[in-house]
Design a protein around this ligand. Structure first.
Ligand SMILES: [Zn+2]
Ligand SMILES: [Zn+2]
Length: 251
């Protein structure tokens, strides 16, 4: 089919934590995240904190005027202890999702000495508040309920690091449930897609992506490349669905 749109190549890392994730390094503040991504030649990042969207807007503001696109997202922990990356087109949709997660998050206080601090910051990285509820825990929504709710908000739902024993889909559920029609899974950075498919035959029909799961500034991977018209979630969705010449690959 003739394609008249001009497509460009963009490097992406769609799994980045900030200081509101208790396990993220204290240097994971908006201006340092933006400069570290740009230094690595990355054009698109997604902010995916554990069960929180509190720092997404600050990273977007820190990236204003640069060539970096910041996609709003979250790494949610479903009731089965499966980690899923949820990505949204607009901050407003991510905030709506954040509200739903907030309502389904158990009231357990964070113990910063044990889990780490959960800092909400502004675009310069200055402290605004501490999130007192523990974010690194399961919400009371199942994998399927989470899938439905994210889809209703127009979001993209990608099970995270599916090959990992801790919080990976295969260890927790054993397979991809047939009532969640997804085509893309994330594998961790320490295994090749070929090796992952060999080890886990139940994912061999899926397309696999790799991100940095960035908790430290040195973790940016940028191995995911998109051939798309412009950097946005709608174009990324088209690439995952192989629409109108859009595609992705891992370098
Ligand atoms: Zn995770
Ligand atoms: Zn993560």
């Amino acid at each position: 089919m003739k394609n008249t749109t001009s497509l460009n190549e963009y490097r992406a890392d769609l799994h980045i934590h900030t200081v509101v994730s208790p396990c993220a390094d204290v240097e994971m503040i908006p201006p340092l995240i933006v400069s570290a991504a740009l230094d690595r030649g990355i054009d698109i990042i997604a902010i995916t904190d554990h069960n929180s969207v509190a720092n997404v807007g600050a990273v977007q503001r820190a990236a204003l005027g640069t060539r970096l696109t910041v996609i709003p997202g979250m790494e949610v922990q479903t009731s089965e202890d499966v980690h899923v990356i949820c990505l949204f087109e607009e901050l407003e949709q991510a905030k709506k999702w954040g509200q739903i997660v907030n309502e389904h998050l158990p009231s357990i206080n964070n113990n910063p000495d044990f889990f780490g601090e959960q800092f909400i910051v502004d675009e310069t990285g200055d402290f605004i508040a501490s999130e007192n509820r523990l974010l690194l825990t399961a919400i009371s929504m199942s994998f399927e309920q989470t899938y439905q709710a994210v889809r209703e908000l127009g979001g993209l739902f990608i099970p995270a690091h599916v090959n990992r024993k801790a919080f990976g889909l295969i260890e927790s559920l054993g397979f991809v449930p047939s009532d969640t029609p997804i085509n893309t899974l994330e594998i961790s950075r320490h295994i090749s897609p070929e090796e992952a498919k060999k080890q886990f035959p139940q994912i061999k029909e899926f397309q696999l992506i790799q991100n940095g799961d960035v908790h430290y500034l040195a973790d940016f991977l940028g191995a995911l490349c998109f051939q798309i018209e412009y950097p946005s979630l709608s174009e990324i969705k088209m690439a995952f669905n192989h629409e109108k010449g859009r595609k992705y690959y891992i370098i």
